[in-house]
Ligand binder design. Structure first.
Ligand code: HEM
Length: 185
C-alpha cells in the first residue's frame, strides 16, 4: 500500500499514545522504516504487521485498531489532506457513498499504482441502503466500518451499521445495511 496509509497509522498512534509506544509497535512488527513516504509503494505485509503489533502492544483486538484507523482516516487524513476531494463527493452521507466510485477514480489519478477497493449502493431509500465493499485485500472489513462511522461524523449523521454479508464468513464480498438520521439540519 502507499506509504500514506502507514504514515496515517503512525499519526494516529503517536497522537493518542505517544511516540514511544509507536517505536515499540514498530519494533514488535519488525519494521525499521524511519519515515514512510506518502506516494511510495510498500508491501501490504508491513501495514498488516503494524496493525497486528498495535493490537498486541495496546491490548486491543485488531478489528478495534482497524475501526479506529478508519475513523481517523476520514476525520484527519482525508479531511486535512484531501478536503476538496471530500467536499466534491457530496453534501450528505448517502450522496457521498453513491459518489464513491468517482472519488476513487480521481484518487487513482493521484496514485496510479493504487489497488483500489470498489463500492456500490443498492436498495437506496431516503434513510437506508445496502452498501457493498469489494476488495482484493483480505481482512479490512472493520476498516470499512470505521470509515463509515467517520463519514457519519463528517456529515453530522447518526449511522447504524449492520454487517449483513461478510467475506470472512464465506460471502462473495462485504455488505453493510446502513440506516441513518441527520442530527443537524
Ligand atoms: C479522499 C481521500 C482518500 C484518499 C487520498 C484515499 C487513498 C487511499 C489509498 C492510497 C489507499 C491504499 C490503497 C493502495 O495503496 O493500493 C486506500 C485504501 C482504501 N480506501 Fe481510500 N482514500 C480516500 C478516501 C476514502 C474513503 C472516503 C473511503 C470509503 C468510505 C475509502 C476506502 C478505502 C478502503 C476500504 C481502502 C482499503 C483498500 C482495499 O480494500 O484494498 N477511501 N485509500
Amino acid at each position: 500500500m502507499y506509504g500514506l496509509v502507514n504514515r496515517a497509522i503512525e499519526e494516529m498512534v503517536c497522537g493518542s499514545q505517544g511516540e514511544e509506544t509507536w517505536e515499540r509497535i514498530k519494533c514488535e512488527a519488525g519494521v525499521d522504516t524511519d519515515v514512510f513516504i506518502g506516494n511510495q509503494g510498500y508491501d501490504d505485509a508491513i501495514t498488516y504487521r503494524l496493525v497486528g503489533a498495535a493490537s498486541q502492544v495496546l491490548g486491543l483486538p485488531p478489528e478495534r485498531i482497524l475501526e479506529a484507523f478508519g475513523e481517523h482516516w476520514v476525520l484527519k487524513t482525508a479531511r486535512d489532506g484531501y478536503g476538496e476531494l471530500l467536499t466534491a463527493g457530496g453534501s450528505s452521507l448517502s450522496e457521498f457513498l453513491q459518489n464513491l466510485p468517482s472519488l476513487h477514480a480521481r484518487i487513482n489519478l493521484m496514485f496510479p499504482h493504487l489497488t483500489p477497493p470498489s463500492f456500490s449502493c443498492t436498495n437506496v431509500t431516503a434513510e437506508s441502503m445496502d452498501f457493498h465493499y469489494r476488495s482484493k485485500r483480505q481482512g479490512l472489513a472493520p476498516f470499512m466500518v470505521g470509515l463509515l462511522r467517520g463519514l457519519g461524523k463528517l456529515f453530522d449523521t447518526e449511522v447504524y451499521i449492520e454487517h449483513i454479508e461478510a467475506r470472512s464468513a464465506g460471502a462473495d464480498h462485504d455488505v453493510y445495511h446502513l440506516r441513518w438520521r441527520r442530527t443537524q439540519p
